[in-house]
Design a protein around this ligand. Sequence first.
Ligand code: ATP
Ligand code: ZN
Length: 285
Amino acid sequence: MSLLRLAIQKSGRLTDASRALISECGIELEQAGAKLRAPAFNFPLEVLFLRDDDAPGYCGDGVVDAAIVGRNVLMERGADAKVIRELGFGRCRLSIAVPKGFSYSSVASLNGLNIATSYPRILGEFLQRVGVRASIHEISGSVEVAPSLGLGEAICDLVSSGSTLLGNGLVEVETVMQSQAVLICNQALTAEKQAILDRLVFRIDAVLRARKTKYITLNAPDEAIPEIVRLLPGLKSPSVLPLAMPGWSSLHTVVGEDDFWGLIERLRAVGAEGILVLPIEKVIQ
Ligand code: ATP
Ligand code: ZN
């Protein structure tokens, strides 16, 4: 019987969220921790714990069938793998930053500089696209300290909040790419492995949809119901149930996370009371 081999990061920023996603898909791994691989008890899957840098190449070559990696690493490695889903975690951006005192007006200010980065390929493509001639100095870690060590006048590195840059006296001036964790797969899976991957992706979709939605229930006077229904799209349309108190109904529906608080305010304004908000575990469509 065939097994799908999925690579996740061994230890780093994507590890916990990758494990949580697998677990929320109802898949239990045999052991956590130090080993290279962990078969699943209850799904034809084997998880391999690798450095993120190795995952795209292994996936392209078929050493593993699928992997969870940052889009930034996939692009930098240039591996021949297919992106199946954006996973909504590991969000960051690859940005160019310069020391605080640097007078920066536009991307042309980068001409002639020495830029330190661990992402020479993505940076090189960006500089070419915007028509800047600068030299790229590849370093493997702690890029943010490079300018203070004299290893370049600017850097190109991953940023999420920007506090690390500020702490090192750097200012972000250009976004080179946006990134988040993605599920990738080998381009030539066997039909059996593809079928397992499809089952996995079906579960991942249910988990990701659920993360973006909440279940809400509220009470309202009957005359407010049409206006409330107008505010609530739901998966189809909301359920409306009569309450024991004459002239009042209870309404149940699913709402998205976007502008959630704005929606709650509008519902209250048109007469909704006793609003309950519940997390959703899975949304199957
Ligand atoms: P490995 O040991 O696997 O090579 P690493 O040190 O290269 O690990 P991490 O720092 O754990 O990698 O980052 C893994 C991924 O997390 C990054 O490639 C990126 O996609 C994502 N990420 C999200 N936010 C950030 C951030 N602020 N800085 C760096 N990476 C981030
Ligand atoms: Zn790495």
